[in-house]
Design a protein around this ligand. Structure first.
Ligand SMILES: [Fe+2]
Length: 369
């Protein structure tokens, strides 16, 4: 699906046209009040634009918040959804769109999705999740993670405003970048990869590496490039889904409260060398020889002359970011090794047993100083 892109360089005229005369439902998170685009939208409201704001949700949104948002959307007869925020705001807005034509007398989550034409506009405020480019939304139903997927919830317009990254705290800056980096790498080796997805991965990896220093230094040109790179990595996982690194990282986030991209980086840093060493356990239908060329291709994309140099480079990036390594108890190891979503493991090109997953978690925590 073709996504229209609008780039804001201190000029909101194209953005404003999207709102003109429309009854807008705006989903925004707590960053909104600090952002230029938030102030700009508030000025539209002050001058009479018909915009209803919904921000009553927590990160990793709960189904009840989604329900509340859908009720408000329907009651106020809205015709356009705009999401300003990180992954959680996007996910909630996607669900509002998908549920907006459903029957209120039954739980939305149990009903079939019937695509509708309500436009959804995404303004990502971090350079990481790529959620603005994917058909997936994650919400929590009775505390259990639910992955909703439908092509019709991919936003029709994405608005890139690099000024949103100016005030992004350093930890979020690092973690969201690593989320995008892990998306592009995991998509590259996914069993679902295609020529198109691998080209997207290559482009995203190259952009992330080329701009990493300046992005960490909060330079505007690099912020622009990183927003775009995260979007391209999102397009790659929209084709392939993520793999074992992501399957392993979710529990680290829920157990220790570390950011998603931080957790994904820790997992991929041990997963990558393990997979390169164990291609004989390949489950990609294209075969082991193919898989070896994939790892060599990733190495080449990262300007490494061998797959061992690739692992060193990836680990050097993670070390440089100085992510903390949580303290894992024996009970935690028990929880972790059975926490991994088997569907995601099916996307992983190398078969991983529960013992292997346990060993990989031990490797992560052994790096704790
Ligand atoms: Fe991710």
């Amino acid at each position: 699906m073709n996504q229209r892109e609008i780039i804001i360089n201190d000029n909101y005229s194209e953005f404003d046209e999207l709102f003109s005369g429309k009854k807008v439902f705006l989903v925004c998170d707590s960053s909104y009040g600090f952002l230029n685009i938030g102030k700009h939208i508030d000025s539209l409201i002050e001058s009479g634009a018909d915009i209803i704001k919904f921000s009553d949700f927590e990160p990793n949104p709960d189904y009840l918040s989604v329900k509340e948002a859908v009720h408000l959307f329907k009651k106020s007869d809205r015709e356009l959804i705009v999401a300003v925020g990180g992954g959680s705001a996007m996910d909630l807005a996607k669900c509002v769109k998908l549920y907006s034509n459903m029957d209120d007398s039954e739980e939305y989550i149990n009903q079939d999705i019937v695509p509708n034409d309500i436009p959804l506009i995404a303004v990502p405020t971090t350079a990481g999740t790529g959620s603005e480019a994917t058909r997936y939304a994650v919400i929590y139903y009775n505390g259990v993670k639910q992955s909703i997927a439908d092509l019709s919830c991919i936003p029709s317009v994405v608005v890139f405003d690099s000024s949103v990254l100016k005030t992004l705290p350093m930890y979020q800056r690092k973690a969201t970048m690593m989320d995008a980096f892990c998306h592009s790498i995991e998509s590259f080796w996914s069993v679902n990869s295609t020529d198109e997805s691998k080209e997207l991965s290559k482009t995203a990896i190259t952009m992330i590496l080329d701009n990493m220093d300046a992005y960490l230094g909060n330079e505007d040109k690099a912020n622009k490039a990183m927003l775009k790179a995260a979007n391209i990595a999102g397009k790659a996982i929209n084709i392939t889904q993520t793999t074992a690194g992501h399957a392993m990282c979710y529990k680290l986030t829920s157990l220790y409260g570390i950011a998603h991209g931080h957790a994904a980086a820790l997992c991929d840093s041990v997963l990558m060398p393990y997979m390169i060493e164990h291609t004989e356990n390949c489950i990609d239908s294209r075969g082991e020889a193919y898989l070896k060329t994939v790892f060599e291709d990733i190495a080449k994309t990262m300007s490494c002359d061998s797959t061992s140099a690739l692992c060193e480079k990836f680990n050097a990036v993670v070390s440089r970011l100085e992510f903390s390594i949580p303290d894992c108890s024996d009970e935690d190891y028990e929880v972790l090794k059975t926490s991994v979503n088997p569907t995601r493991l099916k996307n992983n090109p190398v078969k991983l047993s529960e013992d292997t997953i346990d060993m990989l978690y031990h490797q992560i925590f052994s790096k704790r100083k």
